[in-house]
Design a protein around this ligand. Sequence first.
Ligand code: ATR
Length: 276
Amino acid sequence: MSTSDIKLFAVFGNPVTHSLSPLMHQAAYDRMKLNARYIPFCVKDIGKAVDGIRGLNIQGVSVTLPFKTEVMNFLDEVEEDARKIGAVNTIQNIQGRLIGYNTDWIGFVLSLKESLKIRGKQFAVLGAGGAARGIVYGLLKEGGHPIILNRTFSKAEALGKEFGCPFLPFSEKERIKSDCLINTTSLGMSPDKGKSPFPEKLLKNFPWVVDIIYNPLKTKLLKEAEEAGCRTMSGLGMFVHQGAEQIKIWTGQEPPRAYMKKVVLTKLNRQAPPGA
Ligand code: ATR
C-alpha cells in the first residue's frame, strides 16, 4: 500500500510527544472506517513544514503550540474567526490551496453549552494569552459577558480593549463575583500539577469553575472548586470537540464524539488513576 491510497492527516507542534491528538483522531478514523493515518510531526521550521503539506499531499493538519500564530503567514487563506482570534489550529488542503481555521473556540463553546447557558451570563476569564483570545471570542459570539483578569495587567487591558470587554488587575480579584470562572492559563497542567491560578478562599464567588486543562483531568483548581461546592468542568470536552470539528472540516462527516471522548478518558485514567 502506498500513501496514494491513504488519506494523510497530521499534527504540527514542538513538542508533540505527549499530544493525545494522534490517539483520538486515529480512533475516530478507524471507527468511521476511513483509510486514514494521523501522524505527529515535531516541527523545526513551520514555513517548510507547511510546504510539506502540499508536497506530501496531506489533507489536513492540526497546529499546536508554539505555531498557532506564526503558521498564518504561510497559508493561502485564513477564515474570519481564526483571523479575529489571531490563531489557526486547523489547516485544510484543497488541491494545494491551504486554508486556516480555528476550532478551539468552537470546541470550548460546544463543551460549555453541554452544561451551561452562555447567553446573558457573566464569565471571569483568567489569562490573556493565545488560549484566552479564543475563549473570550467564543463567549462574546454566544452572547456571554467576559471580564478578563491577568497577572500582567497590560495584556488584560489590551485584550479587553480589542474585544470590547471589561478587564481588571489580578490584585482586584476579590471584587469579582460571576456565574463562572474560567482558567485559560497553563497553571496546573501536568507536570506542574501542584499549582492553581486562583485563591481557594474566593472560589465560593463562582457557581461554576471551568479549566481548559484536561491533563490532569482534575487540576488543583477544580479539586478546590469542588471542595468549595462549585460545579466544575475540565478541558476534556473542549479537546474532543475541537478535534471533532477538525475531522468535520476535513472529511465532511460527523465524527463519533462520544467514542473519541471515551478513548481519551481511558488513556488519561490509565496515566493517572482517578483520585491520584
Ligand atoms: P497560551 O497560548 O497557552 O494562552 P500564552 O499566550 O503564553 O499561552 O499565555 C499564557 C497565559 O497564562 C498568560 O495570560 C500568562 O500571564 P502573563 O500575561 O502575566 O504572562 C498566564 N500565566 C502563565 N504562567 C502564569 C503564572 N505562573 N501565574 C499567572 N499567570 C500565568
